[in-house]
Design a protein around this ligand. Structure first.
Ligand code: ADP
Length: 613
């Protein structure tokens, strides 16, 4: 199993792009998992009124679950398609670099600006938000599927909704299984055993019925050591959702073992008795996390999520209130049935609010929300790391290397509870977080209607849209097509100054000052600088990869030209190019559309090449 470097696994990035399709009012909401910055929520400038939203859809609140699938098997794939991990030329494709033949192709051959195509035929309840996102991006939706392949397939429930041989699909094989309550508890427990300090964000859990005796014994042991300990436990059926079948207990003997032994294994968990309250109410946080790639591990966290409120003032659990679901369970699907549930068009009031509005409020009370946010980010990363090994097994089993198949990404819903002391605790992970952007409203007793929910739309459309932007398969091509360093307002004079400045600085710190030209570190610094100037909004490693792609592209164009010059020279035309082929290498990109300064800069950068070679 190949591993990305640990740096990459925990790469800290904050990505904001401005690609051709991004003329839409796309505020970037996805924050790379390492960037522990203060989340800012920007107001959506435009709310699309999608006619599709007006059509009532099958009611489905909360998260969708599917029945467990048998272990993955090798599926025969019949249609010929380029092998995974290979470019269309059959050359190995690695992240951030394209094969020579690809990058050498002329822009007008390979990079025609066609819209990205999305098959939404299996999108189910995320369809409305998806439609809006696709329209904002000016991409092309195929609501009934398409005979020829699409770039992106959007599945409502599972990787296996459709047989796909290419493109990208928004589900990983095995994810639904991996985040079921029992599997998640097992995966986190392995890590808790290895790194107890790092994984103390997940409540102590036992799996029922297997660990019932252990649960009783451990409870007794703690109690013997501390008789004042009066814990509460929460029992949650495996594979349940929307609070279904959940109950609180004070004593292990209260576990309804009969049901568990019959059909429903469950997780019993330490109940977090002291949650942070707002307006005297318990609330939880639903955060959206994009798992962009497993290898290397790439995780993005949406800057905004939802906070779902209980509808009965909170009291610490006691035998009298244990069954008060509106006090203890924050599920929207339960609380919507409370007469205290408050629908609000504002994102900062009511029973469902944006997480950013909560942070704003906490910040105004002096809470260090950067710390809260960075704790949340680290919880997310560590949880995904706990799930990754088995996910890779599923992945390799379903899509073996060298077989045709799609690449995968997935939006996960993380349910997090903030404790009174502001420590975030993981409650669960949803493989299919609800992406519905409407809610049920009771018009008259027993008569419900689906109405748009502004808070859901604001958060979820942004999450889907920015996920699509991050997964845009044509992004690189668009960037390459527009690649002209001179267009990034970097004059040749600036390049001269950059060269002199960096060279002088590095030469003054290197031991051997006899070297003329750039040392390796100086060259790298110059590359980073140029990459940052050229590809402003990308994370650094993508900036550098893009710069290398760009250089390769220009090199191959240059090679072609030289070849042609050579031929024409031989046939009596212009004299063939006589300099060594690398001579113009680094300056080639600078030359685009600006022949004179190119000649100038060509004098400068070759120094670095000499030092490097
Ligand atoms: P479901 O998938 O059915 O929603 P959850 O694990 O999300 O199950 O639990 C439902 C609700 O119960 C949560 O939203 C939260 O309000 C509450 N809850 C779950 N686990 C705990 C816990 N350990 N401590 C306190 N509250 C909890």
């Amino acid at each position: 199993m190949q591993r990305g470097s640990s740096e990459r696994e925990l790469a800290a990035r904050w990505e904001e792009e401005a690609v051709a399709s991004d003329k839409a009012p796309a505020e970037q909401v996805l924050l790379d998992a390492g960037a522990a910055g203060e989340p800012e929520r920007k107001t959506a400038e435009e709310r699309c009124k999608d006619p599709a939203r007006a059509q009532p859809r099958a009611a489905e609140e909360g998260d969708t679950r599917v029945a467990p699938r048998p272990p993955p098997t090798l599926r025969p794939k019949t249609k010929p398609a380029p092998a995974r991990g290979l470019c269309p030329h059959g050359n190995p494709r690695s992240k951030g670099s394209s094969c020579k033949r690809c990058s050498g192709r002329r822009a007008d051959q390979s990079c025609t600006l066609r819209p990205v195509t999305v098959d939404s035929s299996k999108a189910r309840t995320s369809l409305d938000a998806l439609k809006i996102s696709i329209r904002q991006l000016k991409w092309k939706e195929f609501p009934f599927g398409r005979r020829s392949p699409c770039d992106i397939y959007w599945h409502g429930v599972s990787f296996h909704d459709n047989d796909i041989l290419s493109g990208q699909v928004n589900k990983f094989p095995g994810m639904t299984e991996m985040v079921r309550k029992i599997t998640l508890s097992r995966a986190v427990r392995i890590m808790q055993n290895l790194f107890p300090e790092e994984y103390n964000f997940y409540p102590c859990s036992w799996i029922l019925p297997d660990e019932f005796q252990l649960f009783v014994a451990q409870g007794r042991m703690v109690k013997d050591g501390d008789p004042s300990w009066k814990p509460t436990f929460i029992v949650k059926p495996d594979g349940g959702c929307q609070g279904d079948g959940i109950y609180l207990i004070k004593d292990p003997s209260d576990i309804r073992l009969a049901g568990i032994l019959q059909s429903r294994p469950a997780v019993v968990q330490e109940y977090i008795c002291k949650p942070l309250l707002i307006d005297k109410l318990k609330f939880d946080i639903r955060l959206y996390v994009l798992l962009k790639s497993l290898d290397p591990l790439e995780i993005y966290i949406a800057k905004d999520g939802l906070s779902r409120f209980c509808t009965e003032p909170y009291q610490e659990p006691n035998p009298k209130n244990l069954h008060h679901v509106f006090m203890h369970l924050t599920n929207y699907s339960l609380n919507i049935h409370s007469s205290n549930f408050v629908h609000s068009d504002s994102t900062s009031t009511g029973s469902k609010r944006t997480f950013s509005s909560i942070l704003c409020r906490l910040s105004s009370k002096g809470v260090d929300i950067k710390k809260v946010w960075s704790d949340i980010i680290s919880l997310v990363i560590k949880t995904v790391i706990a799930l990754t090994p088995e996910l890779k097994v599923f992945y390799q089993s379903d899509i073996p290397v060298g077989r045709p198949g799609p690449t995968c990404f997935q939006i996960l819903g993380f349910d997090i509870l903030l404790m009174k002391n502001l420590k975030p605790m993981l409650l669960e992970v949803n493989a299919n977080p609800s992406m519905r952007i409407e809610h049920e409203q009771e018009l008259s007793p027993g008569v419900f209607e689906n109405v748009p929910s502004l808070v859901d739309e604001e958060v979820k459309v942004a999450v889907i849209r920015d996920t699509l932007r991050l997964m845009d398969p044509l992004k690189k091509k668009r960037e390459n097509q527009n690649c002209k360093l001179s267009s990034s307002s970097l004059s040749m004079a600036s390049v001269d100054i950059l060269y002199i400045d960096i060279t002088r600085r590095w030469n003054s710190v290197t031991l051997d000052q006899r070297d003329s030209g750039m040392c390796l570190q100086a060259f790298i610094e110059a590359c980073f600088y140029l990459a940052q100037r050229k590809f402003k909004m990308l994370p650094l490693h993508e900036q550098v990869a893009s710069l290398i792609d760009l250089c390769e592209h220009h090199l191959s164009v240059l090679d072609e030209r030289r070849l042609m010059c050579g031929r024409s020279g031989m046939s009596g035309g212009r004299a063939p190019y006589s300099g060594p082929p690398q001579e113009a290498t680094p300056s080639a990109p600078l030359a685009e559309g600006n022949p004179t300064p190119c000649a100038n800069s060509a004098h400068k950068l070759p120094h670095s090449r000499h030092t490097l070679s």
